[in-house]
Design a protein around this ligand. Structure first.
Ligand code: EPU
Length: 334
């Protein structure tokens, strides 16, 4: 049923109170095809968990909330289990389901906000693991020609926080199929923070539940919980630069942290750049920059999306002035 003039506050993790001219909730593929046929060329926004979006104004079209639920086993052998989850499942609930059933591979991605259907869009990643590491395929609906197709890992063109779904907005993810491990032999505990936390807890041979607990502890310490405080996780991507840029910055600021990607390219934590610029923890009228992870912008109460957007532009300007680096926005601005 299409509703009129609906507040989107509870449908975006920034808690921005804008209105959609029209709003409809979709619970199956059939309902989706029906609604796409009905709305024809109307301006439409397909919304999942709303955890990577910043609304800067009312939406003058129809918001289609993708809420298809369901998780099922597709196939298994002695090593792997293939699991398919529908797009509207909450990502962390899906992670918990896998942990309870002893399926390994996504424990490092615990507590990432959002829905299963959004996970491939930005190839979610945390603590040394990315979705693409366990990804098998996803079912994709093309709203332009109403076709449905299974996309494999190549079709998805995954990169760092990117995929074909970021480029082509006609593609709607209906479900995601992952290849998970039955035993604990793919544990990834190499990320610095995880190692330290395991030592602290005196865990020498961690299982997937230990890794998940450790990741949850780190996230709870560093990142604001979107259930309590409006935010959309990292607002910017970590920039990739050449070695000369690192050397140039190092002349002015000591000990710049970086990760080597290949011989030419290095990734710098944007959080470090923002901290060096003196912006960490800055608070304005109801919004600001998080005090322990400055990559995260915050709505403390009733901030306007436009104010947070303006803050993001100011941060970009300041970073460019100091470091001659263009920060790229990770969150979708609407
Ligand atoms: N740092 C600072 N100051 C700070 C915080 C961090 O200088 O206040 C520097 C430190 O050098 C630290 C480094 O930044 O070692 C990395 O920090 P962190 O481990 O928190 O990771 P990140 O690179 O800032 C990325 C993802 C996060 C993900 C973490 C952990 C992006 C854009 N963000 O952040 O993802 O949780 O790694 O793997 O790649 C998200 O996408 O919403 C998100 C939260």
């Amino acid at each position: 049923m299409i509703k009129q003039n609906v507040s989107l506050k509870k449908y975006n993790s920034f808690n921005i109170d804008v209105k959609a001219k029209e709003f409809v909730e979709i619970n199956s593929k059939e309902e989706l095809i029906h609604i796409v046929n009905v709305i024809k060329n109307k301006k439409a926004l397909f919304l999942g968990g709303g955890s990577n979006i910043l609304f800067t104004k009312d939406f003058d079209g129809i918001v289609i909330h993708l809420n298809m639920k369901g998780i099922k086993y597709e196939n298994s052998n002695s090593e792997n289990t293939i699991v398919k989850a529908n797009a509207g499942e909450n990502w962390n609930k899906f992670v918990e389901f896998c942990l309870e059933n002893n399926l390994g591979g996504i424990e490092n991605l615990s507590l990432i906000p959002g829905n299963v259907g959004s996970a491939p869009v930005q190839n979610i990643g945390a603590y040394g693991v990315e979705l693409k590491d366990v990804f098998l395929s996803c079912e994709v609906f093309n709203k332009d020609d109403l076709s449905t197709k299974e996309y494999n890992i190549k079709d998805c063109k995954f990169g760092y926080r990117s995929s074909i779904f970021k480029e082509n907005k006609s593609l709607i993810i209906l479900s995601v199929t992952l290849k998970l491990k039955n035993k604990n032999h793919n544990i990834n505990s190499s990320y610095g923070g995880i190692k330290e936390e395991l030592i602290k807890l005196n865990i020498k041979t961690p299982n997937i539940k230990d890794i998940s607990n450790v990741v949850c502890n780190i996230r709870k310490r560093k990142l604001p919980d979107p259930e309590e405080i409006g935010n959309a996780g990292s607002f910017f991507k970590n920039p990739v630069v050449k070695k000369e840029k690192i050397d140039w910055i190092n002349e002015k600021f000591n000990n710049i942290p970086f990760y080597k990607i290949d011989e030419e390219n290095y990734k710098i934590p944007a959080a470090w750049l923002i901290e060096q610029a003196g912006l960490k923890g800055k608070e304005f009228n109801g919004f600001g920059i998080h005090k322990s992870q400055p990559l995260v912008l915050i709505n403390y109460g009733d901030a306007k999306g436009h104010d947070i957007y303006k803050l993001s532009l100011t941060i970009k300007e300041i970073i460019f002035k100091i470091f001659k680096i263009e920060l790229e926005t990770e969150v979708n601005i609407i």
